[in-house]
Design a protein around this ligand. Structure first.
Ligand code: PXL
Length: 285
């Protein structure tokens, strides 16, 4: 289709759990954008709150996949990276970005490695410093509060967060290199919850907030970053893209709460895809 955009999505494939590629593929596709996955690992299930999962590291496959695409003359409007399957992949994915980036293209790095004050299972204490270097190559990064603290070597606290703390995080992260920073998991205790967005070039700070549903809902960071990527590639400004993503995730969490299902297996985002897609339909503004 002429004019269709294409994204290289560098994430793991957790076969159950509705995160990483199983979020990126449907969400970005629903917005009319082709998603080409570069799987960093294949797991039977994500690593959060579940034991006994299978894990196949695909470190050796990443560059051959990308080199083959280049040999075919394929070009990409964005590179969107998330969960990496090994420490070595940090350098490899930096190389992927160098190979696929093109003028006017977007590089979005979600520094997936931690939540609720702790690194995810399998991540070593030196990983955040390595991720810091990858973030320096991005146009936009999308950490949660815990990841922001790890990237800046600042102590984590569970909130609520005052604006001075959020600005410290946003400005610290922008000083690593990315022009735009979106921090998720922000709330100030007034019942609202969402993301804080800094456009460092414009000097603009915005919040994208929704209501708050108590609890830990797995995969919502990946859903947020995927919806944000989809909205940005459809031309929405950062603050609008973040609000679209925040509402998509909030409605998915509410649906999950109503259904009362095991939250370790992800949120019910699928029923929201048609509404999400309609935002980007041919006549949508
Ligand atoms: O949602 C982040 C994520 C992605 N991929 C894998 C994970 C996690 C979080 O635990 O384990 C494999």
């Amino acid at each position: 289709m002429p004019g269709q955009k294409r994204v290289a999505a560098v994430h793991d494939l957790s076969c159950v759990g509705k995160c990483s590629l199983t979020a990126a593929l449907p969400v970005i596709s629903a917005a009319g954008i082709e998603v080409c996955p570069v799987p960093t690992a294949v797991l039977s299930n994500h690593t959060g709150g579940i034991t006994g999962y299978t894990y196949r590291d695909l470190t050796e496959d990443i560059l051959p996949i990308v080199n083959h695409w280049l040999s075919l003359g394929l070009t990409f409007d964005a590179v969107y990276t998330g969960y990496l399957g090994s420490f070595r992949q940090l350098d490899i994915v930096a190389e992927v970005i160098d190979k696929l980036r093109r003028p006017g293209g977007l590089v979005i790095v979600d520094p997936v490695m931690a939540d609720n004050g702790r690194l995810y299972t399998g991540f070593t204490p030196d990983f955040p410093a390595g991720m810091r270097a990858l973030c320096a190559k991005a146009d936009i990064i999308v950490p949660n509060i815990t990841e922001a603290c790890f990237l800046l070597d600042m102590p984590y606290h569970p909130g609520p967060y005052d604006e001075a703390f959020i600005i410290r995080l946003l400005e610290g992260l922008a000083s690593l290199g990315p022009k735009q920073v979106v921090i998720t998991g922000v709330y100030n205790g007034n019942g609202l919850y969402g993301a804080a967005c800094l456009d460092a070039r414009a000097g603009r700070l915005d919040y994208a907030l929704t209501g708050r549903v108590e609890g830990i809902y797995h995969g919502t960071g990946d859903l947020f970053a995927s919806a944000l990527t989809a909205a940005l590639l459809n031309g929405r400004p950062l603050r609008q893209a973040a609000q679209i993503a925040a509402e998509f995730v909030y409605e998915s969490i509410e649906r999950t709460k109503r259904a009362g299902t095991d939250v370790r297996f992800g949120v019910h985002f699928e029923a929201g895809l048609s509404k999400f897609a309609a935002l980007f339909g041919e006549n949508a503004l």
